[in-house]
Design a protein around this ligand. Structure first.
Ligand code: AHM
Ligand code: MG
Length: 339
């Protein structure tokens, strides 16, 4: 690639802003570049995992009751630092913090647009000691309750109100994939120049795939319609031979679904009645990306982006993928969603 044709993530973000919000202050682009910076810091640490004494668990358990890995803590601190210092982030909510972190008390006066960022700093981190792909997932909202005393109120918004969402995948290469509501673009971190370079412009999810992705060990406790759907996938009824792929890191499993199509599922199970994945910082950003790429994301019965959240850490069943596989799923659900 010649240097003339290189488009880095910050350039792309600014171009998007010029195209869609001419005259905007640039604050929003500045905020997004806080995420790319944190992503690079985490990528550097993940790349050296095993050498830099950051593998393994801490002595703490997070709000989900899960053991915190040292890299969870590193990634959480990197995001809080990089976003908190941007000057236009009012509230941050993370999987690793029980309560939202108020960065700026907006009662200090009117400073222009303010944003709320919710994130899972290191999704799939139980895989980290095994050198399996992990990722950072984020969503950005406008902070509109300027003088609220309740940071929860700032955060608890349906996914449809997301201004931007995306993830950084720390895989065989490091990738940033994001949307601001104008399609989905992917960038690969070029370690030679330390920049995310546009490598996957305007990603479209195939209309139909041949891969399904689910933790089948829980299948006996899935809702009946899911079990029937799973059976249909395996039956070859529509002449498709489906393959099964499950990494156990949502970002990696979704990234494959985005590029190759098919379906990813995490329904309710015997252990997790409402599914395991978290609405605000896992399902919502993934759903925004999926829809922007031409796919669908639902609970089986309801569009993910329409769910009115009641708790920052609430869980939701998640089905996401190509239109064809999703529509087949909905045909098995008794009350299919309006999508
Ligand atoms: P985490 O946020 O504690 O890492 O948990 C979320 C992860 C997802 O990345 C993945 O899709 C899921 O847990 C896998 O769960 P399971 O091992 O039950 O299949
Ligand atoms: Mg997670």
């Amino acid at each position: 690639m010649s240097s003339a044709s290189i488009m880095t993530a910050p350039q792309h973000i600014q171009e998007q802003q010029r195209k869609h919000a001419p005259g905007a202050s640039g604050d929003f682009s500045w905020l997004l570049t806080g995420i790319t910076l944190a992503g690079k810091m985490v990528a550097a640490e993940v790349r050296r995992a095993g050498l830099n004494d950051v593998l393994g668990a801490t002595d703490d358990v997070n709000v989900q009751g899960e053991v915190q890995q040292q890299l969870d803590v590193f990634a959480n601190n990197a995001l809080i630092h990089c976003l908190g210092s941007r000057g236009n982030v009012g509230v941050l909510a993370s999987e690793e913090n029980e309560n939202p972190v108020v960065v700026r008390d907006s009662r200090d006066g009117n400073h222009g647009d303010e944003y709320v960022v919710v994130f899972d700093p290191l999704d799939g981190s139980s895989n980290i000691d095994l050198n399996v792909s992990v990722g950072t997932i984020f969503a950005i909202f406008r902070r509109d309750s300027a003088d609220t005393d309740s940071p929860e109120k700032d955060v608890l918004k349906p996914g449809i109100e997301q201004l931007a969402a995306g993830y950084v995948l720390y895989g065989s290469s490091t990738m940033l994939v994001y949307t601001t509501g104008d399609g989905v673009d992917g960038f690969t971190l070029d370690p030679m120049i330390g920049a995310f370079v546009l490598s996957h412009p305007k990603i479209k999810m195939p209309e139909k795939g041949n891969i399904y992705s689910v933790n089948e060990a829980y299948a006996d406790s899935f809702p009946t319609y899911c079990r029937h759907y799973l059976h249909w996938l395996k039956s070859g009824t529509d002449d498709t031979v489906y393959r099964s792929r499950y990494i156990g890191s949502l970002v990696a499993d979704f990234h494959r679904t985005l590029l190759k199509g098919g379906i990813f599922m995490y329904p309710g199970t015997g252990i997790y009645k409402d599914g395991k994945l978290r609405l605000m910082y896992e399902a919502n950003p993934i759903a925004f990306l999926a829809e922007q790429a031409g796919g669908l994301a639902t609970t089986g019965f309801e569009r993910i982006l329409d769910i009115e959240p009641t708790d920052i850490h609430q869980r939701t069943p998640l089905f996401v993928g190509s239109r064809y596989e999703m529509e087949q799923l909905h045909a098995f659900a008794k009350k299919p969603p309006k999508v």
